[in-house]
Design a protein around this ligand. Sequence first.
Ligand code: ZN
Ligand code: ZN
Length: 116
Amino acid sequence: MKFCPKCGMRLSPINKKKDKKKIILLTCPKCGYEQPTTPKKLTLPEDTKQTSPKEKITIISKEEAKLRTLPTLKTQCPKCSNNEAYWWMVQTRGADESTTQFFRCTKCGHTWREMA
Ligand SMILES: [Zn+2]
Ligand SMILES: [Zn+2]
């Protein structure tokens, strides 16, 4: 709540049209003092900056969630010797029913493949 700097009356907001744009003015009902309100649009660029890193985080977590749903298999990682890895199949185009089996180590994230 804002008060008139001239007479101390409570300012009441009124809508006014200025340059085809709607603006809100705080006016004093006693002496007619007018005070333009701070445009709220100025806060928008800050909001956009705040939301963009959040979006990136969401994308990463989605991919991680996708990865977590992959089945695991007892197989030895050639890099760190961990004995569990995620696996999925990829059908190779062109080749006759050729399927490549991919593995990703649950420990170090190393990815390798084997021809089926
Ligand atoms: Zn006033
Ligand atoms: Zn590994």
